[in-house]
Write a protein of this length. Structure first.
Length: 138
């Protein structure tokens, strides 16, 4: 029950964040939004990384593959952080949230069609188990 409530709270707050970002972008412009966002996000991210991952950073073996993965992740996060305001200015927060939901469906289809995942069997079994537990009062 607590997990469900936390999930719902996270979903609502994410929606509020997107709607607020759309409002700020349409009122103040994309570049100002990105600048202010980055000026707050960088220090918060650095403190969070230092506190939560400080020991792991000192123990990491910095191979070219590890550095490449970190640089690739940073490049993807940079692209997302700079392209989402453009998308919000053009299409709005409703279209953004719906497109993010659609990416989950595309990921599921890719895992089934490309990688041959047996998702349907697991999902059906879980639904049957949960329905049976609820019907039996458990």
């Amino acid at each position: 029950m607590l997990g469900d409530l936390l999930c719902l709270m996270g979903t609502v707050l994410y929606g509020v964040c997107n709607v607020s970002a759309e409002y700020l972008i349409k009122r103040h412009g994309q570049f100002e939004y990105i600048a202010v966002f980055a000026s707050f996000a960088l220090p918060i991210s650095l403190v969070q990384t230092g506190v939560l991952e400080g020991a792991r950073w000192s123990q990491t073996v910095w191979t070219p593959a590890a550095v490449g993965l970190l640089v690739g992740f940073a490049a993807c996060m940079f692209a997302v952080s700079t392209l989402i305001p453009v998308f919000l200015a053009l299409a709005g927060s409703t279209a953004l949230n719906l497109s993010l939901l659609a990416t989950d469906v595309y990921g599921l289809l890719a895992s089934i069609l490309i990688f041959g995942a047996q998702v349907w069997r697991r999902v059906c079994r879980k639904i049957v188990r949960q329905a049976g537990a609820r019907l039996s009062g458990g």
